[in-house]
Design a binder for this molecule. Structure first.
Ligand code: SME
Length: 170
């Protein structure tokens, strides 16, 4: 590696926010922005070991509950490509429209395991004109990995996706 100066392997919140703003300006489509966002968070935030969007499907056949479908993500493939709204921490965040932070997933019986290594999780809803359309989910191999700054950062990313989706829905 030929870094001109010595950078720690992780990045500060301010650095990452700046990068997010840059890709928000430059991305060619919402989908590109979502892929670039999950990649950036996964690469630069050392405790963000799985980062992905789940988007609410328009309709489900018959009387099936509506589903969250896996969207752009970084990290190991998850068995949960579709999550019914009445399941998981993901379902709870989408249903309540509230950010959910779980410091210890073993103590939350809503938790759907994606990796046995996951210890903590944050799920942040994405809104379009006050309606939940999906969410940004981050899992960590470290317990209680998500503090206030993390919550602000993940909420910021989710809000930018919501704004971009609002723009194309105009
Ligand atoms: N843990 C989530 C499921 C998604 S995977 O972890 C990527 C949940 O409980 O809803």
């Amino acid at each position: 590696m030929t870094h001109g100066h010595s950078m720690p392997p992780g990045s500060t919140f301010a650095d990452v926010k700046k990068e997010i703003d840059r890709i928000n300006q430059a991305a060619g489509s919402v989908e590109d922005f979502m892929w670039e966002t999950v990649k950036l968070l996964h690469d630069r935030m050392l405790k963000y070991n799985w980062v992905g969007f789940y988007m609410l499907e328009d309709k489900s056949p018959g009387s099936q509950p509506r589903m969250l479908a896996l969207g752009p993500f970084q990290g190991a493939m998850t068995p949960h490509t579709h999550i019914p709204l009445n399941q998981g921490i993901c379902g709870a965040a989408a249903t309540t429209g509230k950010t959910i932070v779980v410091d210890d997933v073993t103590l939350d019986n809503r938790y759907l395991a994606c990796s046995t290594e996951t210890k903590s999780e944050i799920v942040v809803p994405v809104f379009v004109r006050s309606n939940v359309v999906g969410e940004l989910d981050v899992d960590s191999h470290f317990p209680a990995a998500f503090g206030d700054e993390d919550r602000k950062l993940v909420e910021y990313c989710a809000s930018l996706v919501g704004k971009q989706l609002e723009k194309i829905a105009e």
